[in-house]
Design a protein. Structure first.
Length: 122
């Protein structure tokens, strides 16, 4: 099985590079930032609060607009979860206590043929 191309998007550079640092040690992933983002098979987006318009901007950059999204965010309301799922989010991870293992498992699940909705409590 090939390596999964993972795009990382965030308006905040610290979050973007922090996520890259958490995922960097994983040999089964290729990290894509900035100009390489469109080639992502899985998109990881970090937000302080869920922002549907920002998520849509990142998805519009992708060569495959149906690529699954892992959302790393602060608390998210039920109605926001519904909107996020409609926009391709397959995993919700809490920013506050995110671990390298959680993000890696979410990316692996998202890259699976039939991803399962994942929510890590936080």
């Amino acid at each position: 099985m090939g390596r999964t191309r993972v795009g990382i998007g965030s308006a905040d550079a610290l979050s973007r590079y922090g996520l890259a640092n958490l995922l960097r040690a994983r040999g089964d992933l290729v990290l894509l930032l900035d100009v390489d983002l469109p080639q992502a098979q899985v998109l990881v987006v970090a937000q302080l609060r869920f922002d549907r318009a920002e998520l849509a901007r990142y998805r519009a950059l992708l060569e495959n607009p149906a690529a699954p999204v892992v959302l790393v965010a602060g608390p998210i309301q039920p109605q926001e979860q519904v909107a996020a799922v409609q926009d391709g989010v397959v995993a919700f991870l809490a920013r506050a206590d995110l671990t390298a293992r959680q993000i890696h498992e979410a990316v692996q699940a998202a890259s699976a043929t039939q991803p399962t909705l994942i929510q890590a409590a936080g």
